[in-house]
Design a protein around this ligand. Sequence first.
Ligand SMILES: C[S@@+](CC[C@H](N)C(=O)[O-])C[C@H]1O[C@@H](n2cnc3c(N)ncnc32)[C@H](O)[C@@H]1O
Length: 442
Amino acid sequence: MPTRRGVIWLGQTCNLNCYFCYFAERIADKTHPEHAFFTLQKAKDICKIFVDDYGLNSIDIQGGEPTIYPHIFKLIRYCNEIGLKPTLITNLISLANFEHAKKFKDAGVYDFLVSLQGIGDTYNKVVGKKNAFSKQMQALENLSKLQIPIRVNAVLSNEIINDLEGITKLALKYNARVVNFLGYNNTGDQKLIRDTYKIPYYDLIAQKLEPLIDTLESNNIEVNLRFLPFCIVGEKYRKNIQNGDQMLYDNHEWEASSRLWIDRPAQRRAKEKIEKRRTKYYLSRFKIHKIYRGNLKEKFIWTKKLLKPFFYPSPKYAPILPYQKPILEKLRFYTPDTKFIKGHSKVEHFYFEQKDVFREIYKSKIHHKKCESCDIKNICDGFTLDFIEEFGSSAIKPIKISNGGGEVTPTFYSRDQLKVIERAEWEWFFTKDEISRIEKEK
Ligand SMILES: C[S@@+](CC[C@H](N)C(=O)[O-])C[C@H]1O[C@@H](n2cnc3c(N)ncnc32)[C@H](O)[C@@H]1O
């Protein structure tokens, strides 16, 4: 099933300074239009649009740091009221105080996606704050007492490589549902500030991660490797690779069309108005359905808005790139109808119809000429250019498969992956028969 999870960035205000962060510059510069936190009303309006227009049922709330957002408890309560399960992507530092942590439980947080970026002093160095690690550990203890579930994110920076075992131990100790190992991505502010010597060589990553994947999965913890090409790991571990094509089906990842809407500047900046859409009604299967589409006037206003970033005074921040324009144009008014089509949803259909457009998003990645002989190149995002410049192409190992020349679908490997589908998701993911079978087996 395609995912129904959305994401909201509440503003790039943070209590840490992780050097590899997508938003490092926006966090450092208080005058950046994305720096300030949203009003509660803006955050609520976005959440409501996710439910009404995009049929979403869960949301990752992040920033910046969402736990220091002044209206966070009201927002968590509101998400629950409108049917969005709220996850917070967080460094947890502010939850070192038990009473404060308890307020998240009382407000109805669904789970925390905790960023574990290293152990001890390595962590303090990477996040740019003394004593941050001890606070994070205290917060994990608090969540454990409060029985709030966690998932884990860890960015594969050079520094973290020797701490991956330690992070795995923490995930086991605190019963994480999922661990995501994230390739250090060169998007956002990192487009300008990533130094290639700070990224580890892929073979080293694979060597460290493979036994840890075994340990985590044997304890029923889901493991995802994101933003990494398939050929860097052995065949057994390719099921864990979650690239652009696979993430569409990952219920812990973000739904594609709402993602492109939320990525637009108006939905990222406290002071800009949300781009509202015109409502249309149509009748099908004896039900009235709502869809949102643009009209000519709206398109004209939007074109003007599109030109605005080119006159944006600070050249330091990347404007909307030319390759993003057609993607944004096609998707601005696209509304997946996830409610009434089961099996192959409209989201899926749209995604594949627009595959070439979506591929443009990953233009920062390339299929090197060595990739041409790879049998699964169609479902892989490829390599980042700066990685190839730094390390050469020897990390690329074209894959050969024996499926009789059949189509390689996005889930070719990932269908064998251990996935955690929480009880609250069952009605969406499984048929009634499947649910009764699962319940009998328990
Ligand atoms: C931008 S942070 C914001 C939420 C919160 N402050 C935190 O630290 O989790 C959200 C997630 O993005 C991940 N992230 C940030 N920069 C990244 C990069 N360059 N590559 C991959 N993941 C990154 C972080 O690890 C974190 O889990």
